[in-house]
Design a protein around this ligand. Structure first.
Ligand code: TXE
Length: 485
């Protein structure tokens, strides 16, 4: 069997990338396209042996990369960004074929953003500094020391975007990386390895290990040489990773799920509010930040619902490669079954389907809105990760805040209101890592990103990324360099 497969005309290596060379595994797993469930290829199925080899390669490459001057590290990161930009079309079509998200979004939004991830952290690195300060004549100098090999574990909903959002700051900080992409979308990580090598990233600085998390995850996250672990994914897996990292007390950054609210107040611009709500179906609802719980003030609930349904009914669902498509497939048949199960159980326990509520041919689930849902019901409390929204109404601002905060998550919240004072007042009371007021998904890389409660641990973004990927060191020097006792 060939190690190279051709996906939508692009050649992709199916092996791991360890220590600057391609490494096969004895076994493979099939990678399916969610568009038509066809097999795209057989991917190396990593074992703890390859996982350990990747950590060893990252450990061996670490001293050299950590000692590489910042300007040189930044230059290489910009060269990687150049390589991404040259291959935007290829990356976009491979990602769409592999994970089913819209080609037009990959082409115009996501892949340019992947390049930006590298440029942004390269530039931020060059400006990164703490002012020296004095203590009784002594100078304090804080330095950002690279922490070491970093294990980065990423999900399938935005594979290359989320991988590079971790890889770029880790490399900028001077760390070496072991990237473990999700088994449902392994392809663009392999292309990234090619691009990084062509950009001159030294061997072993970036390693990619393919395979099932359940089979190789522990070998990575329990490894004593792993100095950082950054994970985006589900809460149960995060718990496993935390337990596995605990003996070494390896610092963790966990970006997990959400059940974020969209609060629509009666004073909101109703066009905007409806647009914000319909936007939550993006990527077939497979977005951790999605505001999947719509909370509407009673006097406008009827009008909002009518207009929301009209707009949703006009969405075009189908092949994500077509320009006119608004909603593509769900990632995997297992995910589709999960979505269907959530909706069926909700309906059995009294929820009313306002629109959607059924599977379509292939791996598609109709955009769905459910109402008459209790705050403590499963459909309001658990992340579905499909195009399924719930609608609840509220009578007062206090009730809106109470409902908004009434889950175990705290990733994001969106407000639609024409009253700025209300926006400030409500935002101050919300438990959320990000609050958007009359907008959604605007994300500057310098902003702290992460969640509260079960939505995660820690923040990344801008300086916060370097806080995480570096070991900060304070060097205190006596006056004139001599002790003054
Ligand atoms: O996630 P997992 P799954 C949520 C969403 C979705 C649910 C399940 O609700 O329906 O999670 O998705 C790797 N040690 N999100 O099962 O298992 C795995 O190989 C180390 C929200 O796909 O968390 C993959 O690379 N790693 C979310 C990654 O973890 C392990 C994005 C994510 O997979 C491992 C994805 C282990 N023991 C799902 N087991 C978000 N926050 O955006 C698995 N993995």
């Amino acid at each position: 069997m060939s190690d190279l497969i051709t996906v939508a005309g692009v050649s992709v290596d199916t092996r791991h990338w360890i220590g600057g060379r391609r490494v096969a595994s004895a076994d493979t797993f099939a990678d399916l396209s969610p568009i038509d469930e066809s097999v795209l290829g057989e991917i190396a199925r990593g074992t703890p042996v390859e996982a350990a080899a990747a950590v060893a390669a990252a450990k061996a490459a670490f001293p050299g990369w950590a000692a590489t001057p910042r300007a040189e590290r930044a230059r290489i990161l910009h060269a990687i960004a150049d390589g991404v930009e040259k291959r935007i079309e290829e990356l976009a079509i491979v990602e769409t074929t592999d994970n089913g998200a819209l080609l037009r979004s990959h082409r115009r939004g996501v892949m340019p953003r992947v390049a930006h991830n590298f440029r942004f952290f390269a530039d931020w690195l060059l400006r990164l500094d703490h002012e020296d300060f004095e203590t009784r004549g002594h100078t304090n100098h804080v330095s950002w020391d690279p922490a070491g090999p970093s294990v980065l574990i990423t999900p399938w909903n935005a594979p290359l975007m989320l991988a590079t959002w971790k890889v770029a700051p880790a490399l900028a900080a001077g760390n070496t990386v072991i990237l473990k992409p999700a088994e449902w979308s392994p392809l663009t990580a392999s292309l990234l390895a090619d691009i990084a090598a062509q950009a001159g990233l030294p061997a072993g600085v970036l390693n990619v290990v393919q395979g099932y998390g359940a089979e190789i995850g522990d070998a990575l996250t329990s490894h004593p040489d792993a100095r950082r672990i950054s994970f985006t994914g589900s809460v149960p897996t995060a718990r496993r990773i935390a337990a596995s990292a605990a003996p070494n007390l390896t610092p963790l950054s966990l970006e997990l799920g959400g059940k974020s609210p969209l609060l629509v107040f009666a004073d909101a611009d109703m066009d905007l509010a409806v647009d914000l709500a319909v936007e939550q179906y993006d990527n077939a609802g497979q977005v951790c930040l999605a505001a999947t719980r719509i909370l509407v003030e009673e006097p406008v609930a009827e009008e909002f619902t009518r207009r929301f349904v009209e707009k949703t009914a006009r969405l075009k669902q189908g092949d994500p490669r077509e320009e006119a498509t608004d909603i593509g497939p769900s990632i995997h048949s297992r995910q589709l079954e999960k979505i269907d199960g959530f909706v069926r159980r909700a309906v059995e326990t009294g929820a009313r389907v306002v629109i959607g509520g059924y599977r379509k041919e292939g791996q598609y689930y109709a955009p769905t809105l459910l109402t008459d849902v209790a705050q403590d019901s499963e459909i309001v409390q658990e992340e579905v990760f499909g195009p399924v929204l719930t609608l609840q109404t509220f009578a007062t601002e206090e009730e809106a805040v109470h409902l908004a905060n009434g889950t175990r998550f705290g990733l994001a919240a969106t407000l639609a209101t024409g009253d700025h004072e209300r926006a400030e007042r409500v935002s101050a009371q919300l438990v959320a890592g990000t609050v958007w007021v009359n907008c959604f998904f605007v994300r500057d890389l310098q902003a702290p990103f992460g969640g509260s409660r079960l939505s995660g641990v820690g923040r990344e973004g801008g300086t916060w990324s370097f806080d995480f990927y570096c070991d900060l060191k304070n060097t205190v020097t006596a006056p004139n360099g001599w002790n003054n006792h």
